[in-house]
Write a protein that binds this ligand. Structure first.
Ligand SMILES: NC(=O)c1ccc[n+]([C@@H]2O[C@H](COP(=O)([O-])OP(=O)(O)OC[C@H]3O[C@@H](n4cnc5c(N)ncnc54)[C@H](O)[C@@H]3O)[C@@H](O)[C@H]2O)c1
Length: 308
């Protein structure tokens, strides 16, 4: 290649604004979001000293996250209604707790504070899905879904965020769902509770900053699409390049990485899931078309029922 050819190549690539401008814009966008989500404040975490509480980590995604976080040496505290499904490492503490009962959550919070210390990181992961179309769901199905996924999340925040806000140190990570951004037939009540979880995430982020003057407290949200756990047993639909079925191990790793980054993040996984949030601002035919495409995915859903 001659020098002239090289200059022509540089002119057509690096110096071509049509190619470089989107990359520059993406980088600027990412930097602005990062700064905004972290309130422009640096925070340091010492993983040998942090106390990480994870709700709903007896099995599924939470269990994988708990094992990884404990393996790095942090003290890990698990709250769940079900017993642990894995051998308990020495630095992992388990408390049986039903998150729908506010008084019980407050009582276990006080016990943890006394016996272990105040959690500095919380992964609000517990959730249920009863897996019925809305006209077939019973009153109990719907009440339980909202009680765990929305109210239980708020009880978790009300119990464990005060000490973080007071110290202006900590990370509160909410596990929402792609369905919170775009509801799917068969899980309407579940989707509604996850929309609430996303609103709670956005609201807590701004309250930590403005109301509680705790800008260093990180508030994050992770919205996965379908994951191979007992919650979504029976789900149909091809696992393909764009929407691969996620594994509990992979999502557990993402949870651990978000905490270890020390930075607040708002993520959807896999990358193709980012198609969902903008649907509310796009023409309705696009949203309805996407929902039509997913209308059969939940018809044979048969989730386990931790609260029965
Ligand atoms: N599996 C998926 O496809 C998927 C997709 C997106 C988001 N999520 C979310 O990820 C989180 C973890 O789900 P998972 O797939 O690991 O399901 P899972 O059922 O395996 O784990 C959920 C855990 O929450 C616990 N739990 C339920 N109700 C509780 C209560 N009242 N008090 C205390 N613990 C309670 C359960 O006992 C269980 O151990 C949930 O919030 C779920 O909504 C899951």
């Amino acid at each position: 290649m001659s020098f002239g050819d090289l200059l022509a190549l540089v002119d057509k690539t690096i110096l071509n604004p049509w190619l470089t401008a989107p990359c520059v814009l993406l980088r600027v966008n990412r930097a602005l979001s990062r700064k905004a989500l972290n309130n422009g404040v640096n925070a340091k975490f010492d993983w040998s000293k942090e106390i990480i509480l994870i709700t709903g980590a007896a099995g599924g995604i939470g269990a994988e996250a708990a094992k990884k976080l404990a393996a790095r040496g942090s003290t890990v505290v698990v709250l769940d209604v079900l017993p642990l499904t894995y051998p308990k490492p020495g630095n992992l503490h388990y408390f049986k707790c039903d998150l729908t009962n506010y008084d019980a959550v407050q009582a276990v919070g006080a016990q943890i504070s006394k016996e272990i210390g105040d959690p500095t990181c919380v992964v609000a992961n517990a959730g249920i899905c009863r897996g019925k179309p809305i006209l077939e769901a019973t009153k109990r199905d719907i009440e339980l879904t909202f009680s765990v996924n929305s109210l239980g999340l708020l009880w978790t925040a009300k119990t464990f965020l005060p000490s973080m806000a007071q110290r202006n140190h900590g990370h509160f990570l909410i596990i929402a769902s792609q369905t919170g951004h775009l509801a799917t037939a068969g899980v309407v009540d579940y989707a509604a509770t996850k929309s609430a979880a996303i609103a709670i995430y956005e609201g807590l982020q701004t309250e930590m900053k403005h109301t509680y003057k705790a800008p260093a407290v990180r508030v994050s949200c992770l919205s996965p699409s379908a994951v191979n756990t007992k919650m979504f047993a029976g789900i149909k639909g091809p696992s393909n390049f764009f929407m691969p079925r996620l594994t509990p191990d992979g999502v557990g790793e993402t949870i651990a990485q978000i905490l270890w980054s020390g930075e607040a993040q708002n993520l959807l996984i896999p990358a193709f899931a980012y198609i969902s949030p903008p649907t509310r601002a796009l023409p309705e035919w696009l949203r309805v078309g996407m929902q039509d495409g997913g209308s059969q995915v939940m018809t044979e859903l048969n989730p386990h029922k931790p609260l029965d």
